[in-house]
Ligand binder design. Sequence first.
Ligand code: SAM
Length: 249
Amino acid sequence: MTSPDTEAEHVEATNLLYRDPELYDMVQSDSTGAGMCRTLVELHRPGARTLADFGCGTGRDLEILAKRFECIGVDLQPGLVDHAHRIRPWLDIRTGDMRTVRLGRRTDVVACLGNSLAYVHDNDEIDQVFATFAAHAQPGTLLVLCSPIAPTTRTGPATARVDTPRGPATVTVRHEWDLRTQIDTMHRHWVLPSGDEARDEIRRRVLFPRELERYAQGAGFEVLDMLDGAGAWAGLTGPTAYTVARDTR
Ligand SMILES: C[S@@+](CC[C@H](N)C(=O)[O-])C[C@H]1O[C@@H](n2cnc3c(N)ncnc32)[C@H](O)[C@@H]1O
């Protein structure tokens, strides 16, 4: 296993947005993850009071969830955590590696949103992450995940305009699927408001539904439901899904 510091540097280097947390918050302003998480908790464990979010980034979901739960968040990247402390100082967010971190508390909800689980690629390390979820859970705890369950089917390049604090940028995105490793790589080519160009490459491990069930069961969680990433309540279409599971130990 790579050390948390090396892994943090590696993850930061792969994504332009991680090197500019203000831009990250602006581009990732969608609050579907927090909304879906809350809806699933109200459905399956309405009495929940406490929540831990692993891979919380800048804490944008936690800011919303903290209106309903007593929250704690953990992220690998010190740059994102420092940014969270500056702009959301009321949140309890710590630097830590979800493969190994132990916060010394158990919560009613354990969450891992916004595809954070997919940044862990190795099977044994995924086991470690689920052991972390279990170490922060107790009987009845709900585990809520948002993660890729299938490769992206549209592989050809698509260009979009992105508003940034310094003006409009364009980003051209292309996906590449490696079946052997189950890693979906998103190649991005940015043209920034300054005219400068940048490229980044985000590698996400896909865990198909049956695999997710297996990892969850291995850590003592029973999967209750899987729902489409777009929030649809009927059928799974991928590529992203919400998984809700309960600690049955
Ligand atoms: C796409 S971001 C999602 C962040 C946040 N959940 C959101 O939706 O805004 C993925 C996050 O996972 C974090 N991450 C990746 N590997 C991690 C690890 N081993 N431990 C903790 N966080 C990790 C990254 O630092 C990054 O902030």
